[in-house]
Design a protein around this ligand. Structure first.
Ligand code: FAD
Length: 405
């Protein structure tokens, strides 16, 4: 077993690495190096309950400070890793001596994609990735203010939902012709577009942004149609980019993410990579994936630790995600691209239904809205490659498990 494990990045996946090392009774040294001033924390509530002021910051943390103390973890917070030297097996950092390792776990996550227009540095214009970002957004979220959200992905729409419930006037601008186009099917996009419109959100689809205007503070947003939308606050959510520069500069394989095998090993046997920053093989879909999901971050952390501890373990999971908007909990399992049939179970009007995606009769993905049982059962059926009778699927009185057997 390695004597000294260094975790680069102190986000959600990193927190799980420490927890898993403890579970495996790892008795070597552990060091955690991260550029944020916080212990590892969960990001999903940042655009949901934490933004709404319904969850205190303490509840965001993966583990309390005492956990790291008891585990004897050497903490280097507020510390940027500037370079990785694979010859000497050490990291150069922004403050302090180089940090050396026997095994290194890269858990560097991702960063927000910047919008290439003028005015993004004006007061009142925000991106959303960290606790610090949300504290700044919350301070700007006064009732009656005019918010423009740029990007109708799940983070942009969650922000829109929280803001509407807080009494802000909300406009969402989206370049694509439907919302959440990267993660859900047109059927689900339609449902959410209607929901947001009913809640009073003004949605402008197929619309780009030309610029953000104001002197010191934001005043308006100019769209690609030339329209000027008044704005007191702007939140930009136009995707993320994986943090790969450190790995690439150190000569590791990088291809839209740090390339790892199904054991979370990079092209250097002493270095593992996990979470948002990885491009990893998925046996269920027969191709490599880069995922932005908590489940992937946690499961890859567990896989890397098992292998570091000498237990041969492969990662092969059905991807899953969730999004909370208003009283709608959307749970997505699997990847729907390439489906040739879609079946709706339940009643959209009753705010509880699921959309099942099939390819040649095989269940490949589900989008479940307030339908946790369909979500849980689908996950297993997708993993098993189950063939289902599409004609019987719509009958929500019969569970998916029963249909499969
Ligand atoms: P991160 O949590 O991003 O951690 C990486 C850490 O490494 C960061 O702290 C970063 O600053 C640090 N770092 C990077 N480079 C360096 C360096 N050179 N030196 C030192 N430190 C460095 N997923 C879901 O499944 N469901 C959701 O509902 C959901 N909601 C989300 C809402 C928001 C607002 C956001 C931002 C994300 C959401 N996600 C959600 C995605 C989920 O949070 C990520 O997939 C998860 O955080 C990935 O964990 P990670 O450890 O790989 O990366």
């Amino acid at each position: 077993m390695s004597k000294r494990i260094v975790i680069a990045g102190a986000g959600h996946a990193a927190g799980q690495v420490v927890a898993s090392l403890q579970q495996h009774k790892f008795d070597g040294q552990i060091a955690l190096v991260g550029d944020e001033p916080y212990l590892p924390y969960q990001r999903p509530p940042l655009s949901k309950k934490f933004l709404a002021g319904e969850m205190p910051a303490e509840r965001l943390y993966v583990k309390p400070a005492s956990f790291y103390e008891d585990a004897g973890v050497e903490l280097h917070l507020d510390t940027t890793i500037e370079a990785l030297d694979r010859e000497t097996r050490s990291l150069s950092v922004s403050n302090g001596d180089p940090v050396s390792y026997d095994a290194l776990v890269l858990a560097l996550g991702s960063r927000v994609r910047r919008l290439p227009v003028s005015g993004t540095d004006l007061e009142g214009v925000h991106y959303l990735r960290s606790i610090t970002d949300v504290e700044a957004i919350r301070a700007d979220f006064d009732k009656g203010r005019r918010l423009v959200v740029i990007g109708a992905g799940y983070i942009g729409l969650e922000v829109a939902a929280v803001a509407r419930q807080g009494g802000l006037d909300v406009t969402v601008i989206e370049m694509e012709d439907r919302v959440m186009s990267r993660v859900v099917s047109p059927e689900i996009s339609d449902y959410y577009q209607i929901e947001h419109a009913n809640q009073g959100v003004k949605l402008q689809l197929s619309t780009g942004v030309e610029g953000i205007n104001g002197k010191k503070r934001v005043k308006s947003v100019t769209t690609s149609d030339g329209e000027e939308i008044p704005a007191d606050v702007v939140v930009i959510g136009v995707g993320i980019e994986p943090n790969t520069a450190l790995a690439r500069d150190a000569g590791l394989d990088v291809d839209n993410g740090i390339v790892v095998d199904d054991h979370c090993r990079t092209s250097d046997p002493h270095i593992y990579a996990i979470g948002d920053c990885t491009m990893h093989p998925n046996g269920i879909y027969g191709r490599s994936l880069r995922l932005e999901s908590v489940h992937n971050a946690l499961e890859q952390a567990k896989t890397a630790v098992a292998n570091i501890c000498g237990i041969d373990t492969a990662y092969n999971q059905v991807p899953w995600f969730w999004s909370d908007q208003y009283d709608l909990k959307l749970q997505i399992a699997g990847l729907s691209e390439g489906y040739d049939d879609v079946v709706i179970r339940g009643n959209p009007a009753e705010r509880s239904f699921s959309c099942l995606y099939l390819r040649e009769g095989q269940l490949i993905a589900v989008d479940a809205i307030n339908a946790p049982r369909d979500f849980v059962q689908s996950k297993q059926l997708i993993a098993d490659g189950t063939i289902l009778d599409a004609d019987r699927l719509a009958d929500s009185d019969v569970t998916l498990k029963e249909l499969a057997s």
